[in-house]
Design a protein. Sequence first.
Length: 96
Amino acid sequence: RRCSRPECNKYSQGPTTLCVAHGGGKLCAKEGCPKVSKGGGYCIQHGGGKRCEREECSKSAKGPTGFCIAHGGGKRCRIISCQKLVSSGQFCKSHG
């Protein structure tokens, strides 16, 4: 569904007919935080969403892995010998 605001092409969030920019979706439970909840009632900055599986790490997990970027998470370049993160598509900035 598209946001119900005229001239807006973003998708509506949650049970509302509005996109996040226009007040749709569930907001972070942290008092005063205007960001959208990403799981567990909180935004990423306040502890919501998937967390890194490395012991004692509280960073957000990135990409299809269960780890943060520092511990090997995130989508990597398709060139076998390259370990850089993908900027967009399937390759890093050097190869894409």
